[in-house]
Design a protein around this ligand. Structure first.
Ligand SMILES: O=C(O)C(=O)C[C@]1(C(=O)O)C=C[C@@H](O)C=C1
Length: 284
C-alpha cells in the first residue's frame, strides 16, 4: 500500500493535529511529502474524515509499548465503518516544554498517553503539578505556550512550532517507547503472505466458556493471536466488545473458516481489516 500511496499526490491523510503531534510524525515517517496532510482536532474526527470521504486515508494511534492501548481508538472501532489497511511504528520520546523554569510549573498538559508514558518522571519531578488531559500533545504545547506556569508533554518538534523551551528530554519511562499506528481507509489491500487481521466480536456472557470456545477456534485453525482487548460495549453495564488480532489475511481460507466458526460462539463478528505485518522484532 505504501508504494501505491506514495505515487499519488492527490491522496490525503487525516491525522490527529495540530501540526507537531506524534501522529503527524508517523505520517511523515511513512509517506513524506507525497500525500496531502489533513489535521483533525481529535481521534474520532480522523475516523469520520475517512467515513465521510473528506480524506482518502486516516492514521490513528492504536497502542503504546509502555502505556498500552489507546482507548479513544478502540472505542471508535466499536462502531467504525472503516477498514484497517496498514500499520506503522514510531519511536516516541517525550519532552517537557514550557516557558517557565521547572520549579515554577504548576500544571502539565498532554494527551492521556503522554501523561501515562511519563507518570513516573512527573511523580518524581513535578509531584504537585496538576495533570490536564487534552486531545493531543501538540494541542498541549499550544495551550502551554499561552499560560505562565504551564508545561506540555509532547515531542521536541513542538518547541520550535509553539515557541516553548525544552525543560527536560526523554522523560518517558518505558524502554524503547514505541507507538503503533493503524492506517485506515475504505478497504484493505490484497494479501502479502505475512498479514494480520483485526476482528471485533461480543460473546453471550450468560454462556460459560463462550470466550474460551471462541479463542480455541484460532488454535484449531493454526492462527496465531497477537493482541486481545476488551472495552465496555456501551449497550449495558458489564457487557464488553472484544478486539482480536490474529495472523493471516481475511481473504485466506484459514481466516474465513475461523470467522465462520467464531460466528457459532460469538455475536456480532466483524472483520475490521487485514494489513501487512510491519513488526521487525522477530516475535511475529
Ligand atoms: O497526541 C499526539 O501527539 C498523538 O499523536 C497521539 C498519541 C497517542 O494517542 O498515543 C500518539 C503517540 C504518543 O503515544 C502519544 C500520543
Amino acid at each position: 500500500m505504501s508504494a501505491s500511496i506514495a505515487l499519488q499526490k492527490d491522496v490525503s491523510i487525516a491525522y490527529l493535529g495540530p501540526p507537531g503531534t506524534f501522529s503527524h510524525q508517523a505520517v511523515y515517517q511513512r509517506f513524506g511529502d507525497s500525500v496531502v496532510y489533513v489535521p483533525q482536532k481529535q481521534i474520532t474526527d480522523v475516523f469520520e474524515a475517512v467515513e465521510k470521504g473528506r480524506a482518502t486515508y486516516g492514521i490513528v494511534p492504536y497502542e503504546n509499548s509502555t502505556f498500552g492501548s489507546v482507548v479513544e481508538t478502540l472505542d471508535y472501532l466499536i462502531k467504525a465503518n472503516v477498514k484497517v489497511r496498514s500499520e506503522t511504528y514510531l519511536t516516541v520520546h517525550q519532552c517537557l516544554l514550557s516557558n517557565s523554569p521547572l520549579d515554577k510549573i504548576n500544571k502539565v498538559y498532554s494527551h492521556p498517553q503522554g501523561l501515562g508514558q511519563t507518570q513516573e518522571w512527573l511523580s518524581a519531578h513535578l509531584p504537585e503539578a496538576r495533570r490536564i488531559s487534552v486531545k493531543s500533545t501538540a494541542q498541549a504545547a499550544e495551550q502551554a505556550s499561552q499560560e505562565i506556569g504551564a508545561a506540555a508533554i509532547c515531542s521536541e518538534i513542538c518547541s520550535e512550532l509553539y515557541g516553548l523551551d525544552i525543560v527536560a528530554r526523554d522523560i518517558e519511562h518505558g524502554v524503547a517507547n514505541t507507538t503503533r499506528f493503524l492506517i485506515i481507509g475504505t478497504s484493505s489491500d490484497a494479501p502479502t503472505g505475512n498479514d494480520h487481521t483485526l476482528l471485533r466480536f461480543t460473546v453471550d456472557h450468560r454462556q460459560p466458556g463462550a470466550l474460551c470456545d471462541g479463542l480455541k477456534i484460532f488454535k484449531d485453525h493454526g492462527l496465531n493471536l497477537f493482541k486481545i482487548d476488551s472495552r465496555p460495549s456501551g449497550l449495558r453495564p458489564w457487557h464488553y466488545v472484544f478486539f482480536l488480532e490474529c495472523s493471516g489475511h481475511a481473504n485466506s481460507e484459514k481466516v474465513q473458516l475461523a470467522v465462520k466458526d467464531l460466528n457459532q460462539y460469538c455475536l456480532d463478528v466483524a472483520i475490521l481489516g487485514s494489513f501487512p505485518n510491519e513488526r521487525t522484532d522477530g516475535d511475529c
